[in-house]
Design a protein. Structure first.
Length: 74
């Protein structure tokens, strides 16, 4: 949200504004996302969100997927 890739509600923008104190114009801008205009890609490195396990051959990364199973229909 703070990267401008997802809109915030008024309450979320107010909370971010009171916590970070960026100024009223920036707080208002949080309500209108500017998707796709970053200088670089949105951070999506999965290793940010995983657990590292030590291993004699080199550290391993434990990735856990948790999602809702949707019914399959043909």
């Amino acid at each position: 949200m703070l990267l401008g890739q997802q809109p915030m509600t008024v309450a979320q923008a107010a909370a971010a504004g009171s916590l970070l104190e960026p100024g009223e114009d920036v707080t208002r801008a949080l309500l209108q996302p500017s998707r796709g205009v970053l200088d670089s890609a949105v951070p999506a490195d999965p290793t940010i969100y995983v657990r590292r396990e030590p291993d004699p051959g080199g550290d391993r990364v434990i990735v856990t997927l948790d999602g809702k199973l949707l019914p399959y229909q043909r």
